[in-house]
Design a protein around this ligand. Structure first.
Ligand code: HEC
Ligand code: HEC
Length: 429
């Protein structure tokens, strides 16, 4: 390292300019390594969900209580741990966790930080360093909501669903395929996603539990095991355990189906007012219907911003003259809270972005292109996104007609589209 530094500095200004593009980078890298020292990186830590704690108006000591409980239950990004009641395989978690390294038999650890953390963040909050540049943003696992799965809308994905997402990636988004990793590694990573998700949901429940406290609790969560497991942890783990029983019941596609008739029936349903796919995906199917909505993750930030903006406006209007001393104190606390909330949003949330209904003429589907995948999507809708479930409004067998129609759309060029609509231009967007 020192040699590189000396070498960089030995060049005169003219020669230096010639080699600057290569060596400049090396100098900067080596200088910063020298400044911090090799191997001195501080241990990774989980980030607290500050947006939720600000929303719940938690005090610093309450935030500390949440952090202490979480550390006791789940350990750290380098040393994950889970109580036996939470059904997760610690050996798999250890393969995925920690800094990137190989153990004595050459087995690679630190898979999550090697492959996922730059997008999904060490905490799984979807705020890794590259996240702000991506659209859609990487998933924040903490609310425990997943989109592309074989289970009913509100249910968790099965382990195989997560494995499938990792193997195939999500086409049309920046979520890559990890098909080149071994089965064991993918399995460990899927387990680690569950771990981060359970941890994140437990954190949310803990933060929300302060709201339910009685006066005699004095702002401190009960320390009892009953409270922690029965009220907070069990409801989350039970949902994960129930996923395998929540797989959507799919009727067989009729073997003697007349495809032309089926597509026509699907088209009728697509435009009809029961399924009403046309409302969002547009008359053209290009995804140019209603497009001013947000997914749940962006909605949380949007609503927080509205709370802050509305609160500040109201506080500015309020006249402190005719307030009692007590009211004035409350007013001051409210302003301090709004101020802190605003700062937290600046540093801990990504700018809300609207979600566009999919362009169905491209034939690119994030959740997979098998007819079965499309059946799942249409039956259950997309959890966390505005896309509603057709379940209950369209009979199960008829969903196959919609699937067949959707699959025909990329090939449905009858001359009416593209002539008067700038379809090709839109596709390039
Ligand atoms: C280049 C960025 C990037 C990398 C690297 C990445 N992801 Fe993602 N991931 C995304 C994006 C973006 C989404 C959200 C796509 C969407 O909402 O349609 C996503 C979504 C997911 C989902 C949610 C799927 C669902 O059904 O909702 C899981 C699980 C996931 N990623 C796991 C991982 C794991 C594990 C790794 C590492 C092995 C990883 N990702 C690496 C960008 C990335
Ligand atoms: C309220 C608006 C809305 C309605 C109604 C709606 N969708 Fe969607 N749809 C969306 C949005 C938004 C997305 C993108 C979701 C995402 O990226 O997470 C989407 C995505 C899709 C996808 C892509 C799935 C994938 O794997 O990428 C398909 C297919 C789809 N919709 C079909 C339909 C069909 C068929 C109907 C009618 C039964 C329908 N949609 C009704 C909003 C809607």
């Amino acid at each position: 390292m020192n040699n590189v530094m000396a070498w960089c500095c030995a060049f005169g200004p003219v020669q230096r300019a010639r080699v600057v593009s290569l060596l400049g980078l090396m100098c900067v890298v080596s200088a910063s390594l020298l400044a911090t020292g090799c191997g001195q990186t501080p241990a990774a830590t989980f980030r607290l969900n500050l947006v939720e704690s600000s929303k719940q108006q938690l005090t610093p000591s309450q935030e500390q209580q949440v952090a202490t409980i979480l550390a006791a239950l789940f350990g750290t990004p380098d040393e994950p741990r889970v109580p036996p009641e939470i059904n997760l395989d610690v050996a798999k978690l250890k393969l995925a966790a920690g800094p990137v390294r190989s153990d004595i038999v050459g087995r690679k650890n630190g898979l999550y930080r090697e492959h996922c953390a730059h997008c999904h963040g060490v905490t799984g909050d979807g705020m890794g360093p590259t996240a702000a540049f991506l659209n859609p943003y990487p998933r924040d696992y903490r609310p425990g909501v997943f989109k592309f799965k074989s289970t009913e809308r509100a249910d968790k994905p099965t382990h195989s669903d997560l494995v499938m997402v990792l193997r195939k990636g999500l086409a049309g988004s920046s979520m890559p395929s990890f098909a080149l990793l071994s089965d064991a590694k993918i399995d460990a990573l899927a387990e680690y996603v569950k771990y981060l998700s359970v941890r994140g949901q437990v954190e949310l429940s803990l933060m929300r539990a302060y709201f339910e406290l009685d006066d005699e609790d004095e702002g401190v969560l009960p320390q009892s095991r009953e409270f922690l497991f029965e009220e907070i942890i069990d409801p989350v783990t039970e949902m994960w355990a129930a996923a395998d029983d929540a797989i959507i019941d799919v009727p067989d596609m009729p073997a003697d189906l007349d495809m032309v008739a089926s597509i026509a029936k699907g088209k009728e349903l697509f435009y009809g007012n029961k399924a009403n796919c046309v409302k969002c995906h547009g008359v053209s199917g290009l995804g140019d219907g209603q497009a001013n909505d947000y997914d749940d993750w962006n909605k949380v930030v949007l609503q927080a911003q509205k709370t802050v903006d509305g609160g500040v406006k109201q506080a500015e209007k309020a006249s402190t003259w005719d307030m009692s001393a007590e009211e004035r104190d409350e007013h001051r606390t409210e302003l301090a809270w709004l101020d802190r909330f605003e700062t937290v949003l600046d540093g801990n949330a990504l700018r809300p972005r609207m979600i566009r209904p999919r362009n169905l003429r491209q034939g690119v589907y994030r959740g997979g292109m098998r007819p079965l995948d499309l059946y799942y999507r249409i039956h259950a809708g997309i959890n966390g996104a505005p896309m509603p479930a057709a379940k209950g409004t369209v009979p199960p067998e008829d969903i196959w007609h919609i699937v067949n129609y959707i699959k025909s759309l990329p090939y449905d060029f009858n001359g009416t589209l593209g002539v008067d609509r700038p379809m090709v231009a839109r596709d390039r967007m």
